[in-house]
Ligand binder design. Structure first.
Ligand code: FES
Ligand code: FES
Length: 160
């Protein structure tokens, strides 16, 4: 099958790849570009483990064809830390022990960042509603929500 040439931007870096037309963005991120932070949980848009942002919109990369990334700006969990400096959300997830097996964590972090980029001061209800598409089999969600609220407060310069 012939391959398509795609030019995109991933985590701020101009990126080009060749891909077959049926491959998903998640396939290419993980198998071609070796960005394995995004996880494949369900392949059907139900678990959120594959979450990335595309031009600032939160999407399930398992539901997007890789060729649709042409000309787009993609952000993955690998783009959150700056060198050795963790994003405040990552730091608060560690402090609150908001992960156990960690499989859901990249998607939850990407989704949480997308929320705080839109709404720096969400209520607990808003956090829970926003993260309803990110399934976690381990934590019971409370620690995740506390970590997001704490990160939001820190990013606003407030304390909780
Ligand atoms: S792997 Fe994409 S939503 Fe589950
Ligand atoms: S920490 Fe295991 S699925 Fe969320």
């Amino acid at each position: 099958m012939s391959k398509h040439h795609v030019s995109t931007t991933i985590n701020g870096e101009p990126t080009e790849f060749l891909c077959e037309p049926q491959l998903t963005l998640l396939d290419v991120l993980r198998d071609e570009l070796r960005l394995t932070g995004s996880k494949e949980g369900c392949s059907s848009g139900d678990c959120g483990a594959c979450s990335v942002t595309v031009d600032g919109r939160l999407v399930c990369s398992c539901l997007m064809l890789a060729v649709e990334a042409e000309g787009k700006s993609i952000e993955t969990v690998e783009g959150m830390a700056k060198g050795h400096d963790l994003h405040p959300l990552q730091q608060k997830f560690l402090e609150h022990a908001a992960l156990q097996c960690g499989f859901c964590t990249p998607g939850v972090l990407v989704a949480s960042k997308a929320l705080l980029d839109r709404n720096p001061d969400p209520t607990e209800t808003e956090v829970r509603y926003w993260l309803a598409g990110n399934l976690c089999r381990c934590t019971g969600y409370d620690k995740i929500v506390r970590a997001v609220m704490d990160a939001a407060a820190e990013m606003r310069g407030a304390s909780v």
